[in-house]
Design a protein around this ligand. Sequence first.
Ligand SMILES: Cc1ncc(COP(=O)(O)O)c(C=O)c1O
Length: 393
Amino acid sequence: MKYDFDKIIDRRNTDSIKFNPTDRGRPDDVLPFWVADMDFQSPPCVLEALTERVRHGIFGYSETGRHYFEVLQNWFSSRFEWEIKPEWLVKTPGIVNAIYIAVRSQTSPGDSIIINQPVYYPFASAVKHNQRNLVISELLYENNHYSIDFEDFENKILQHNVKMFIFCNPHNPVGRVWTKDELVRLGEICLRRGVIVAADEIHADFIYPGNKHLVFADLHPSFQDITITFTSPSKTFNLAGLQLAHNFISNVEIRAKFQREFERSGLSQSSAMGIVAAKAAYLYGADWLEELLQYLNGNLNFTRRFLNHNLPQIKLVEPEGTYLLWLDCKSLNLSVKELENFILHQAKLWLDGGTMFGAGGAGFQRINIACPQAFLQKALNNLQEAVSRLSHS
Ligand SMILES: Cc1ncc(COP(=O)(O)O)c(C=O)c1O
């Protein structure tokens, strides 16, 4: 490998929220595998571009130009065969704030918005914080695999007169990369029922072999017309702290409403360093990403083997994408509170507890495997030792 993903880099004292457990009420000695950023450096091409920009030393108001858009265009075209147009782009500091803007701009207080839980928790927050009505269509969990309950999804849309669907593709935390059939069924329901789709595709670059990410909006012009697609280089190249996301909206009215709400928030230009990093990453970062994906696949294989051999009490929900693994811990027979305490105080790990993602997450934990394998091994060893103490107590 050209890039060294085994290198362990001390992230303490770098203002990382991941490595500051006491700030969030966790014990000082836990190992962090919770929030979705990576313990790898961004690609060298990004570090070099940022360094050059720092040497220049002036960080005034900044905006992207034509060349920047061409770089994005090339990325989405070459990786997903998705042909974006310049006028579709609305940049925001992040996807979460873009989802909030989408909620406020396309719906009114009291309107219903549907999500599939368990799912990334800010989806529910965006609905509740904006006084909209949260409608949940639970994913089905059978034979260690998640799927969409289409009948329930459509019934709930009808029953609650749903206006918007916030969709996670690929899905955090259950790791599904939705198939063409599933996407088409969802799209047809949303079209039939006049539902706007807010499609969060932040994990699109993390796809395991044998799966393929399909841009929901691109499956049919009529889907494109009802969809806001949220994308960002922040997961792919580990740039979350640089605060830049790219949202694509082809429908003129939806985009105008989104833009007005964006302006009402007082947001204007983008992060200067975010622009530099995103451009370098999308221009030159593809070979680094290929190696990263191989490394993550190695971590996934390592985790699967480890659990099968040493910890059969914990079942891996086989992911098709993302670097977040969803672990079924139900056979430990612990209550939600007991499981949280067990992970934190016995295994000494800081994971994301399943119920953060919705009630259906009870008995699950989410672990982030985007780290050097030696660090991941420590986490799994901790878990194994804690479980063996549990079975002997
Ligand atoms: C599905 C999903 N959307 C959005 C985000 C965060 O996006 P941003 O940092 O751009 O707000 C995450 C981070 O974990 C995520 O998993």
